[in-house]
Design a protein around this ligand. Sequence first.
Ligand SMILES: Cc1ncc(COP(=O)(O)O)c(C=O)c1O
Length: 404
Amino acid sequence: MDFEAFFKSELEGLHEEGRYRVFADLERRNGQFPRATRYTENGTQDVTVWCSNDYLGMGQNQVVVEAMKQAIDSCGAGAGGTRNISGTNHHHVLLEKELADLHGKESALIFTSGYISNWATLGTLGQKIPGLIIFSDALNHASMIEGIRYSKCPKVIWRHNDLQDLEAKLKAADPKAPKLIAFESVYSMDGDMAPIREICDLADKYGAMTYLDEVHAVGMYGPRGGGVAERDGLMDRVTIIEGTLGKAIGVMGGYITASTALCDFIRSFSSGFIFTTALPPALAAGAVASIRHLKSSQIERFAHQERVRRLRALLEARGIPHMDNPSHIVPVMVGDASKCKWISDILLDNFNVYVQPINYPTVPKKTERLRITPTPLHSNEDMDHLVSALHQLWSRCALARAVA
Ligand SMILES: Cc1ncc(COP(=O)(O)O)c(C=O)c1O
């Protein structure tokens, strides 16, 4: 086989479908978030980032940065091994305690990313629990889908956030089969939220475990940043809460929190946990500092919510259509792949505004969008500039306006 020709022709296919991904070459500037330097062939450019998942700017919070520096000074760079073979550092132990406390669970287990925590946990449960059926929301993240697929256990996909469909599917399954319902609290592309309480009610009724991905909620919802389940007083009703340290916490890594027996089970049987080098201690130390800060400070959360409300109001005033949802994610709807890409390019090149276009297959065709994520560190001037640029580009593309 001509491997090179194969790779090139596959990539050509992506180009033809307009799905080839181009990364913006950026350098984040510590202490200046959301400002970054963009590197281009013609030199550098100052840009304002409007699509970061560092939702609260904690990645440049000085408490977090200092904790990481200190941990590097005291422990060095890497962990030095897997958790089992010399890689467990005291900072990992502290982080797991912090996370268990955050979600009101007995224990926590950290992984190298949120992706791996979903993949490894669902994969291991599906493989190891005899006859387990996993009921998975249709819009679950790729990492959950891949974990379920890898486990080869029977899976049932229920219509997104549709309780009737979930119940019909639970009812139709063998009553004696062990069951697990897997879903997210905040869905990252539409910013909608799951009916967590009602899903837990169904889980109780049909004897199922629940697995809740709070990746887009940890740090931002609940009085201590425990996520939507904390905000709604539901943490004790969910069997496993999964999260990331890479978005609002501002660092990197993923985790689950659950009973001691369940965490120990995953720790003991999951290849995605066992056979990989542990997180660098400095990442764990930074995450501990960030979580502790967000447990006691509401300033970032309140400011974040205020910024989101202001941006939505400005967009509404200009008739720029954006998806109505109860979260901090503001999807500005373009509905056309090439216009979406064009607007994103012009925003970057001419207005110094960076928002990545979101196209198929991440979202369905004709729902292409700019996924905007305001943070507490975006100023009024930043927002006015963004909305004025969108207003101009909306006219140039002859895109429809929303009627108030
Ligand atoms: C819902 C959801 N779960 C899990 C992940 C993976 O988390 P991480 O980026 O820490 O790997 C993502 C990433 O965007 C996500 O959107």
